[in-house]
Design a protein around this ligand. Structure first.
Ligand SMILES: [Zn+2]
Length: 76
């Protein structure tokens, strides 16, 4: 079930804030799972903890509960 939740989040775009220049780097969860290293335009590289990110997203994104419900219903 955990894997299902993660793949549901794949198309979701998140902004990774660069700690150096505060620039927002937009990535999808799916692309971060493939490559968790974000190269910022300022030359800084940010390594994203995707598991942590997904956990936080699951916590804040209340819509996810509904998506999961729909998903489970579709599987019936
Ligand atoms: Zn930067």
């Amino acid at each position: 079930m955990k894997e299902t939740t993660m793949s549901l989040l794949d198309p979701k775009e998140v902004s990774i804030d660069c700690p150096k220049c505060k620039r927002k780097n937009n990535r999808t969860i799916g692309s971060l799972k493939e490559n968790p290293v974000v190269n910022c335009a300022c030359g800084n590289t940010i390594t994203v903890d995707v598991r942590y990110l997904v956990r936080e997203l699951t916590k804040v994104d209340k819509k996810l509960g509904q998506i999961r419900k729909d998903f489970e219903r579709a599987g019936e």
